[in-house]
Design a protein around this ligand. Structure first.
Ligand code: FES
Length: 377
């Protein structure tokens, strides 16, 4: 038998204590140092962090590197005859794998401008774990600044950025039958959920997929899943058919998942809740807290003075008045609309928090004017 002497045990303990204390102090010091650098960057360089100030230098070696997001490379783009494109990305190691149903912000540089949009991941988390790839289904909108020119904007081998995945439209743990309703590109989170979970859940799953004639996507994949899993069934319908078909054929308690235009989701929500069903829907954006009482304020922008109302965000107001502002994600994530507020008070519409009255960095897309303002864009 091997005995450890008392002296040795003490030494081990000392060593352990010492390394723990060292690790803790290093973490505290590095946090303090990075806080100091970030504060200085905000004061002197008008960047929200020191790392973001260094971005152009790092990008010399790592294209599209950004301090607050992950890198990905476009490895496949498939433009279908319908209005959809399927984009496959290979992501850098370390991207925190998504949960089926979640969305990401994708940022891409085009003509010297950063464009950011939100898309749901169509592929399953298991697929990402195998080969670090994800796919996005993108609807090409003719008028869209980003999706309207997708073929020119997204190219094979191009580097871009994605955020970590967000969103709570994910499959809940439950044994109740599931009814899913998807319209248009709203099928994307549903496809990810079905691919990931059908093999492990036992209850029946029914999908009604609404799209215009010949605009249904993933039809082969859905047929494969139906052939593979007897508890899964789906219907491809158009809007008219959907209106004329009964959705809930019996009143057995169930979980209902819905993703599509707000008008569709609101109608399904009312029906599902009236029957006492559990209802879940995709929420891409936040609900802004705007003041109900309309007011007008003056905004000084260099030598210009504008009159704006408090009924829209500063970004919307300045765009409306054709000022040279930059729009990225529009939901307070990408920081592209960031500018310096020299004086005046704004409200963050996500949280309702008020800014100070003095100089401060603000994001125009989530700021509502509360007083007269002076901005430097
Ligand atoms: S546009 Fe992305 S944070 Fe404002």
């Amino acid at each position: 038998m091997h005995y450890v002497s008392l002296e040795n045990a003490r030494l081990h303990l000392y060593f352990l204590e010492y390394t723990c204390a060292l690790k803790f102090s290093l973490q505290v010091y590095s946090k303090m140092i990075s806080k100091c650098f970030n504060k200085m960057s905000q004061w002197f360089f008008h960047h929200h962090s020191f790392a973001s100030y260094l971005e152009p230098v790092v990008q010399y070696w790592l294209p599209a590197w950004r301090s607050d997001s992950y890198r990905g490379k476009v490895i496949d783009v498939e433009h279908s005859d319908s209005n959809y494109s399927l984009v496959t990305l290979k992501l850098q190691r370390g991207w925190p794998v998504h949960t089926a149903g979640q969305h990401i912000q994708l940022t891409i540089e085009h003509n010297g401008r950063l464009l950011t949009r939100t898309f749901t991941v169509a592929s399953s988390p298991d697929l990402y774990k195998q080969d670090q790839k994800i796919t996005l289904l993108i609807k090409r909108q003719k008028q869209g600044q980003f999706t309207g020119q997708l073929a020119e904007i997204i190219k094979i081998d191009q580097w871009l950025n994605i955020s970590k995945a967000q969103g709570d439209f994910v499959l809940e743990k439950s044994e109740l039958p599931i009814t899913m309703i998807a319209a248009g590109s709203g099928v994307t989170p549903i496809i990810s959920m079905l691919s990931q979970h059908l093999s492990t859940i036992k209850q029946s799953v029914y999908l009604r997929y609404i799209a215009s004639h010949n605009q249904h996507y993933f039809v082969d994949l859905l047929s494969q899943l139906r052939a593979q899993f007897s508890h899964f069934e789906f219907d491809l319908v158009d809007r008219e058919q959907h209106k004329n078909m009964l959705l809930f054929t019996n009143e057995q308690l169930r979980d209902v998942y819905c993703c599509g235009p707000a008008s569709l989701m609101n109608g399904i929500k009312l029906k599902a809740q009236a029957l006492g069903f559990n209802y879940f829907q995709e929420q891409f954006s936040f609900t802004p807290m705007v003041n109900l009482q309309q007011q007008e304020f003056k905004v000084s922008l260099g030598t210009n003075e504008l009159t704006i109302t408090n009924q829209r965000t500063l970004l919307e107001e300045l765009e409306h008045q054709q000022q040279p502002v930059i729009r990225g994600c529009g939901i307070g994530v990408c920081h592209q609309c960031q500018c310096v507020k020299k004086r005046g008070i704004v409200k963050d519409i996500r949280t309702g928090d008020l800014s100070g009255a003095g100089e401060q960095l603000i994001q125009l897309c989530v700021s509502q004017p509360i007083s007269d303002l002076e901005l430097s864009i």
